[in-house]
Design a protein around this ligand. Sequence first.
Ligand code: ZN
Length: 689
Amino acid sequence: MRYQIDYEKGIVNRGNLFRMKELMKKAANGEKLVLGFLGGSITQGCLSSTPETCYAYHVFEWWKKQFPEAEFEYVNAGIGGTTSQFGVARAQSDLLSYKPDFVIVEFSVNDDSTEHFMETYEGLVRKIYDSETKPAMLLVHNVCYDTGANAQLMHARVGRYYDLPSVSMQSTIYEEVKAGRLPNREITQDDLHPNDAGHSLVASVITYFLSKVFDVMDEAELPAPELRAPFTYNDYEDSVRYDNRNSKPELNGFAADTSKQEGITDCFKNGWSASKVGDSIRFELRGGSIAVQYRKTMNKPAPVAEVVIDGDTEHAYRLDANFDETWGDKLELETVAEHLENKLHTVDIRIVEASEKDQNGFDLISVIVSGSHKAKKTSEELIFLDPALTHNIWGGSKLRTEYGYPVEGDDIGECWGISAHPNGDGVIREGAFKGMHLSELWAKNPELFGNPTEDRFPLLIKIIDAKADLSIQVHPNDEYALKNENGSLGKTECWYVLDCPENASLVIGHNASTREELKEMIEQKRWSELIREIPIRKGDFIQIDPGTVHAIKGGFQILETQQNSDITYRVYDYDRLSNGKPRELHVQKSIDVITVPAKPVGESVRSVNGLPLNRLNLLYSCNYYSVFKLEVSGNTQVEQKYPFLLMTVVSGQGSVNGHLLKKGDHFIAPADCKSLNFEGNMQIIASTR
Ligand code: ZN
């Protein structure tokens, strides 16, 4: 045999099999059952030679053969060139109205691998899972056979979150194509649509899994889980599609198309058409996300239209009906607004370009409005920040190479990840507060932070990459800083060691037993006698009270949580030069504020590896902050009961409430965001006031 498919590898997620086993028992009892297939062109059977050689039909035949006493109805709801965003809007009419007992969902080559399509796919999966017949579901991930691309990363997240079985062509058929054992052209003409042989292979990956379930159908299974809270913004679950059968828009030149629709793939029907510049149509619709569906045609030239939401002509959206492909006309779905406030919006569509030569009019097919009642309030949205980066003589390049921050140079010492300090005031990256500085958000939207009494954002979260040793330093407490530093705050800080060399150490504390001895040692530069070095390993946590002599050494990467202050007294700088001169030392102030004798080692350093998974483990709590470590493994919901929670992903990747997360991401969970739905494998350091 030239190729061998590893069918076991095709099982991306076994999932909870309760519904599937119950369905098989019903089939064994000879009941009448409906098998539904929802997807794009592959489900529709685009390049299969007959409807009966499509994978979906093969799966239907497997059920018939396996359960000859039962009676099965076949519902194929595939429409070529369409995404799960359209899928969720048509799920009721094209699939759920048939009351399916079993549903395959297939959109992984139609959707792009983006957060937007993770949200639309989640909405679709939720809608089917919780529909009247509570069908058994199987997610099928097809793949492009030239590049291996699909949306499996996003779609499989949804599958794992809802504990649904899913199978993949990426880890089965494509593996053989990639290895050169199975030539693409044997199974697909265009590397996307399987031919008859390809459809048989796709079906075999699916029926292998179904056969495995069949073998254990009498074994006990936990009940199917209740539908969990959504993990994305979930604006799409309640999508409503408006065409000329269920809406009465204001028409100025547009006319309703009342010709009869022949089946679901006759998809350009029931809309409105126009052909002259200035022709327009106006909808008033309630929701938060708005998409417009129209025909892109090969019969060029064709008109161009513009969409304006709520009269905002500055952000008009262009809909060009000219299609540069030759394979047919396309039903285009354009998202023109997403996650707006859930209220009545006006949608104006107007022809802006047309000519005598036009072969086709502009065909508006529908307007899809989503998020009719489930949209979250702005105050519940996570706040992501773009960090500020600093150049330092002791800095390195790992903040770029290992944490992915877009910054040039090999002297990058610090990433101020969550900061409202004037020397590096973070900027909100997305959402309702996009572009605002954190200091401004704190001042203008105190409700996000539990209505604090402080007028300044109290904390500062940094990632530090030390290529060389930092100076040996000490920070004052609030009382001393207030008196001696123009009313500034003192500085309490703590470190979580992200990485360090083997047998490394840090400077924490000193060996003088009285203040006189301390003064003598500093004045006589007896540094090696004075300085206390403590062995440190990756994953250690270190609390640095004010008055503690400390220094980070070369080779360390550290996550620092600290009071929002920058007052540092340099005790010793290894006699280094910066721009030809030694940096300023603060000998007298240091002697004033250093705690004598130093706190015992055991009270400031502890290893925090191996803590329980999927919960906020408190590492330290003082007057200024509480710091937690959270290790996410799989799916988990974490309660957010603090005025706000600052979070930094220090390793791994995954998602939270539908936002993708990777190492180096910083975000704030505001007061109203009570629940954090995590997915993935990652370590997070969190803190609150
Ligand atoms: Zn410090």
